[in-house]
Structures are given as structure tokens and as C-alpha cells.
Design a protein around this ligand. Structure first.
Ligand code: PHE
Length: 366
């Protein structure tokens, strides 16, 4: 019995003296481990007589409980002290900025639409929108393409099976031009809007996707003429491509909703396998490329939108946003635009922190 008391006292002393968790673990093994003195003492019970055991067993169990409790208590003390010491040592500066860990990127199409909105806002244009699910009156008829007009067939239209309540065909808009009609109906004249958005045509190869993006422009006012159109598009293209040497060629064309109609070409040269816009297409090593459709808004369109064409006139233009993005930022396969491949987006996407501003040049920095 005295030996048990001595050993218990020694253990309790050593436990109290332990200053690290390692030292404490040593004491646990020395007492409660397989070869620890308490485990050995428990083994001696087997050789005792029933009488001896009646006294010895509770004494050993009591010693065991006392040592185990002392170990737990000391462990809690040491852990508490370690935590307090760590808290005192490690400080967190709450004035530090958030770590820079930008995730995701701005798609080139969104980037270019932001750039276009910035450029045209500076010229006094506001952004108008219209539905992607349109009716054939807004998409065609009001734009001077009645049911029999051959231009309808050229649009490869996706039609819905049901008609509107008024018996009109329902379709996915094939261009942003119906927003011209909706904007004039809603706001009247004078008006100066751009309308960027998705359009749909049943067409798919390396340069055509069934869904793509256009931007429409419309100016209706008094005494507007082709000179205003030319100046506006020249100013726009110079700001967009961020070069002064953009040369435009206006080529007579045909759109049912404009009269006269002009297609706009810009001069470019091939550099490193890419088309670089700039200079006249007639210079050596240069060529012309079509970038916009445009013209003076047809009287019939102004009338269809509910305005008096003798009082109001103006110009409209339209172009592909995806193509503008390809030209400016050099991506050749249009289909990759809409694959949603994060590797492509990481490579061609833009930082969300890089807002297009005219003062800094609208383009995104690499
Ligand atoms: N809507 C025409 C197209 O999709 C482009 C255009 C718009 C032409 C406005 C002239 C005026 O091709």
C-alpha cells in the first residue's frame, strides 16, 4: 500500500512539474501506458487472494483515477497556456487590404459592349433594349419588309410554333433593328440611342454562330444628313480602335429600312497573321473590309414607328459586336466565344477592375 502511495505522489508531482505536452505524455505513459506502473499494479491483482484483492483493487483504481484526472487537468492548463501564448504572439492587422485574388474575367463581348456604350455615351447616345423573342411586325414588317419581301428569306429566321394574340409570327430577332421601332414608339423624337444585344440566325460555321451579338445605332432629329452619319461612325471607329488613322470608305448598298443605304469599309493591313485596322485600303499592302451597315432611315420606317417622316429624319447603323471584338483583340474562331471554356476565358478575358473610360482610352490593357 505504501508503495502505491509513494508512486501516486511521485506521479502527481511529476505531472504538476511537466511544462510541455511532451513531458506530460511521458508521465502518462509511465503511469497508464502498457508498461506503466498502474497497469503493472493492476496485473498483480491476479496473483492475490480474494481478501487481499478486496482492499488492493479499489486502492489501485483510486490511484488510477487520481492520476488520470491530474493528467487531464494539467493537459488543459498547458493547452490553454499555449493558446494564450500563440494569441499574444500572432497579431492580425485589421487595416490590411483584402488579398488580391481576382476570380473570373470579363468576356471579350461584354468588354466590347462596355467600350461601345462608353464611346456612344460621350456622343450623347443612351442605351436602349428590346426583347430577343420578337414578333415579325417589329423584326420585319415595320422595317419595310412585308410578308413577301425577299430579304426575309435571307435572315434564316428561327420561328416559334405559336403566333401572338394578334396573329403575328413569333421569332427570335434576327437583328437589333427592331429596337429602332420600339425606341421610336416609346420615346418619340428627337432620339439618339444604341441598342446592343443578342440576335439569332439559323447558321453555324467558323464565322457564324446561331446566336451572336449586334449593336444598333439610331439618330432621329431634324435636318440630319449623311454627313452626320459619316462623322459619327468615323469618330466611333477612331475611339474604338484607338487610332487616328482610320480611313472609311462609304459604299452604296441596300437595306430595306434605310434609303440611301451605305456599307462602311475600313482600310487594314495584315500584320503577324492578324488584320490591323488603319490606313486607306488603297495603300500598298492594304485592303478594305466591311465593318458596318448603315443609311438614312427609310421614311416608311419612321412612319411605321408613328412619327411624321416629313418632320423627322435620321440615320441608323448596325454591326456585329463579336466581329468587332475579334478585330480589336485578335481571336480567329468565333465558335470559341460561346464554348464557355475557362482556359479561353482566362486567356482572352479582361479584368473586372479595368473599366473602359474615354480618358484612359477605352481599350483594355493586357
Ligand atoms: N440590321 C442590319 C443587319 O443585320 C444592319 C443595319 C442596321 C443596316 C441599321 C443598316 C442600318 O445586317
Amino acid at each position: 500500500m505504501t508503495e502505491l502511495t509513494t508512486q501516486t505522489t511521485a506521479s502527481l508531482g511529476a505531472i504538476a512539474a511537466a511544462t510541455t505536452l511532451d513531458m506530460l505524455e511521458e508521465q502518462r505513459l509511465a503511469a497508464l501506458g502498457k508498461k506503466g506502473w498502474i497497469s503493472l499494479a493492476l496485473k498483480t491483482l491476479g496473483q492475490m487472494s480474494a481478501d487481499e484483492r478486496k482492499d488492493a483493487a479499489p486502492a489501485i483504481q483510486a490511484a488510477r483515477a487520481e492520476v488520470a484526472a491530474a493528467l487531464d487537468a494539467r493537459k488543459a492548463e498547458l493547452e490553454g497556456a499555449a493558446l494564450a501564448e500563440q494569441l499574444a504572439r500572432e497579431t492580425l492587422d485589421l487595416t490590411l487590404p483584402a488579398p488580391f485574388a481576382a476570380q473570373g474575367s470579363i468576356h471579350p463581348v461584354s468588354q466590347v459592349m462596355d467600350e461601345l456604350a462608353e464611346i456612344f455615351a460621350d456622343l450623347g447616345f443612351s442605351v436602349a433594349t428590346g426583347p430577343e423573342i420578337e414578333d415579325d411586325w417589329h423584326n420585319f414588317t415595320a422595317l419595310n419588309m412585308d410578308e413577301t419581301h425577299p430579304a426575309r428569306a435571307m435572315h434564316d429566321t428561327f420561328y416559334f410554333p405559336d403566333k401572338t394574340g394578334e396573329g403575328r409570327e413569333v421569332l427570335l430577332r434576327t437583328h437589333t433593328s427592331p429596337v429602332q421601332i420600339r425606341a421610336m414608339q416609346e420615346h418619340g423624337a428627337p432620339i439618339r440611342i444604341i441598342a446592343p444585344g443578342r440576335v439569332y440566325r439559323s447558321d453555324s460555321d467558323a464565322t457564324h454562330t446561331p446566336m451572336f451579338h449586334q449593336i444598333e445605332g439610331l439618330v432621329i432629329d431634324k435636318d440630319i444628313h449623311l454627313g452626320h452619319l459619316k462623322w459619327t461612325l468615323e469618330t466611333f471607329l477612331k475611339a474604338f480602335f484607338e487610332r487616328e488613322d482610320i480611313v472609311l470608305r462609304l459604299r452604296p448598298s441596300y437595306f430595306p429600312f434605310t434609303e440611301p443605304s451605305v456599307e462602311i469599309d475600313v482600310g487594314y493591313a495584315m500584320e503577324g497573321g492578324r488584320r490591323i485596322v488603319g490606313g486607306s485600303g488603297d495603300e500598298p499592302g492594304h485592303a478594305w473590309m466591311e465593318v458596318l451597315g448603315s443609311g438614312m432611315v427609310n421614311r416608311r420606317v419612321i412612319a411605321a414607328a408613328g412619327l411624321d417622316p416629313d418632320q423627322w429624319q435620321g440615320f441608323a447603323f448596325g454591326t456585329g459586336v463579336d466581329r468587332l471584338a475579334q478585330l480589336k483583340y485578335g481571336m480567329d474562331d468565333l465558335r470559341a466565344f460561346f464554348d464557355g471554356d475557362v482556359r479561353w476565358l482566362r486567356h482572352y478575358g479582361f479584368s473586372a477592375y479595368d473599366q473602359p473610360t474615354l480618358s484612359a482610352g477605352v481599350g483594355a490593357r493586357a
